[in-house]
Design a protein around this ligand. Structure first.
Ligand code: HEM
Length: 419
């Protein structure tokens, strides 16, 4: 009998509704779909409908088969016309060969080797962060800890003034959390955002970020530094340069996609460690277990719950006929809890090996560029934090982001008994 450790929720939840996810991930619905209708059709109130792919094997089929399932028409559920898609395109919304060329240009900065060079800087930031909060008996872990480390690290990597990080990340949040009115007034399914349809996330806030990016790149052109922005300006493979628009879009993507994802993974992990004090204890006693535990934290959190593709030829999947032009949604959070792939998926197994989770995408040319960085930040945070925690408990129930795309604990109020 599997040891259930999470609230499984409603088994007939509406996956198209952002409100559904405020109450938790509807694991029971995803379980039922994997069992009964693994490739299921969903109508949308404000879209053309989509296929939900819920089994691990089928998610991998979609993710690796880029000749059939394209990213170029959008990777979130939102329907965009051609003009919108072209104006808002980042490397995420490209297929080969365009994607291959662009990715080769930026990937160097995110290689394991480049990223490991940041370990000392991340550790210094984590130590400082722990010293700032140590002694505070009650705090919002998301706000005071999880939000801080990725934000400060991004600022350092990009070589930006410390004081700008908060401004940047608040804007990044307004974009990626464009379905939650705690983060933006331009909530896409509540207010009319037609005026901004050509901007990333249909938000005028994207303009502020792009403007900031243009200025920062202009400064680096005049005064090159040892930072990621300068690296992005240098000629890449084949002597090519990124264009102005590519630079600004990539900057916006990093601020929007590289922050809240790591933040919410940290909070999901902390919640699991509050619920399982013995795991916390073992990690303190034997930090060599941390790298394997981090992958379980990533599977457990499954922060980017889904990504979309569009079929560009008729095909069949899970016995269903998919037509060219259909939207196909890969439910990563469902694949990560598929019992055919993960033994006792609802058990947080800190020693799970192998752990071929799809949290960063798997066998896909779009595999997360920030994967090494996110893993490193999670590991270093818990290595630096846990030895100072005697005990930790919930101070109030956590609250969740209103989004059917990002699974995030907006707040995680905790009481900590510090060492
Ligand atoms: C735990 C944290 C993170 C998670 C769960 C995550 C998840 C993902 C996933 C699933 C994809 C693939 C999207 C697709 O298949 O269409 C992706 C792509 C990407 N991620 Fe992350 N990400 C995280 C952190 C980061 C960080 C820290 C950065 C950068 C600073 C980053 C930058 C990117 C970029 C640029 C891409 C696009 C890659 C491409 O299209 O070739 N991510 N991410």
């Amino acid at each position: 009998m599997a040891r259930i450790e999470v609230e499984l929720g409603d088994d007939h939840a509406d996956l198209t509704s952002h409100d559904t996810f405020v109450n938790g991930v509807p694991y029971a619905t995803l379980d039922r779909l994997r069992r009964e209708d693994p490739v299921s059709w969903w109508d949308e109130e404000d879209g053309r409908g989509f296929w939900s792919v819920t089994r691990y094997d089928d998610v991998l089929t979609v993710s690796r088969n880029t000749d059939v399932f394209s990213s170029a028409q959008g990777i979130r559920l939102e329907d965009m016309d051609e003009e919108e898609t072209n104006a808002r395109r980042t490397l995420m919304e490209m297929d080969a060969p365009e994607h291959t060329r662009y990715r080769r240009m930026v990937s160097r900065a995110f290689s394991r080797r480049e990223v490991m060079a940041y370990e000392a800087a991340i550790r210094a930031l984590a130590t400082q962060l722990v010293s700032e909060v140590r002694g505070t008996p009650t705090l919002d872990f998301t706000k005071m800890v999880s939000r801080q480390l990725p934000m400060r690290m991004l600022g350092q990597m990009l070589g930006l003034p410390n004081d700008d990080s908060e401004w940047l990340v608040t804007r990044g949040d307004a974009l990626i959390a464009n379905t939650d009115d705690d983060f933006t007034e331009y909530v896409v399914d509540k207010v009319n955002t037609d005026d901004y349809r050509l901007l990333p996330f249909r938000s005028p806030i994207a303009l502020e970020l792009m403007d900031y990016a243009n200025k920062a790149f202009a400064e680096r052109r005049a005064n090159p530094k040892e930072d990621l922005l300068t690296l992005l300006l240098s000629p890449m493979v084949d002597g090519e340069f990124l264009t102005e628009a590519e630079l600004a879009n990539f900057f916006t993507l990093m601020v929007a996609a590289g922050n809240d994802t790591t933040r919410y993974s940290m909070s999901a992990a902390m919640k699991a460690l509050i619920e399982r004090p013995e795991v916390r204890q073992r990690l303190v006693e034997d930090p060599s277990l941390m790298p394997v535990a981090v992958d379980e934290m990533l599977r457990w959190g499954s922060v980017t719950m889904n990504f979309r593709r569009t079929a560009i030829q008729d095909t069949e999947l899970g016995g269903k006929s998919i037509k060219a032009g259909d939207k196909v949604l890969m439910w990563f959070v469902s694949a990560n809890y598929d019992a055919d792939q993960f033994d006792e998926p609802y058990f947080f197994n800190m020693e799970r090996t192998p752990n071929n989770h799809v949290t960063f995408g798997l066998h896909s040319p779009h595999l997360c560029l920030g994967a090494h960085l996110a893993r490193l930040e999670l590991r270093v945070l818990f290595e630096e934090l846990l030895p100072f925690v005697n005990d930790i408990e919930f101070a109030a129930p956590p609250t969740r982001l209103r989004s059917n795309f990002i699974s995030g604990l907006k707040t995680l109020p905790v009481n900590i008994d510090w060492k």
